[in-house]
Design a protein around this ligand. Structure first.
Ligand code: FES
Length: 108
């Protein structure tokens, strides 16, 4: 059975479209892209920079380290090997955002 963690609200994400949260000791970066919330491990698979300190551009998460461009749903970088871990997200009617570390996105 999955354990869901309440980590933020939609209003937390509206202004900057991103937020770093701690989910049971795991650093997670939340991103808001076209009304969808995505959760990726916040530590880049390349050289450990924080994705939450990067940017969103054309629907991709841009790492501040070396500008790898990650698909927020799948964690796949453009033109690079590897895959950034992603996590399942559910947003309740009241705007609370829940993340599960032991489930993958169903649309990934
Ligand atoms: S640290 Fe993320 S692209 Fe290099």
């Amino acid at each position: 059975m999955s354990q869901w963690h309440c980590v933020a609200t939609l209003s937390d994400l509206r202004a900057r479209k991103k937020k770093a949260v701690d989910v049971a000791g795991t650093p997670v970066a939340l991103f808001l892209v076209k009304d969808n919330v995505y959760a990726l491990n916040d530590i880049c698979i390349h050289e450990q920079r924080q994705l939450s300190k990067g940017a969103l551009l054309f629907g991709k998460v841009i790492c501040p380290g070396h500008q790898w461009k990650f698909d927020p749903a799948t964690g796949q970088p453009d033109d690079q090997e590897g895959c950034q871990p992603t996590y399942a997200v559910k947003v309740e009617d009241d705007g609370t955002i829940h993340v599960s570390l032991d489930r993958v996105r169903e649309d990934a």
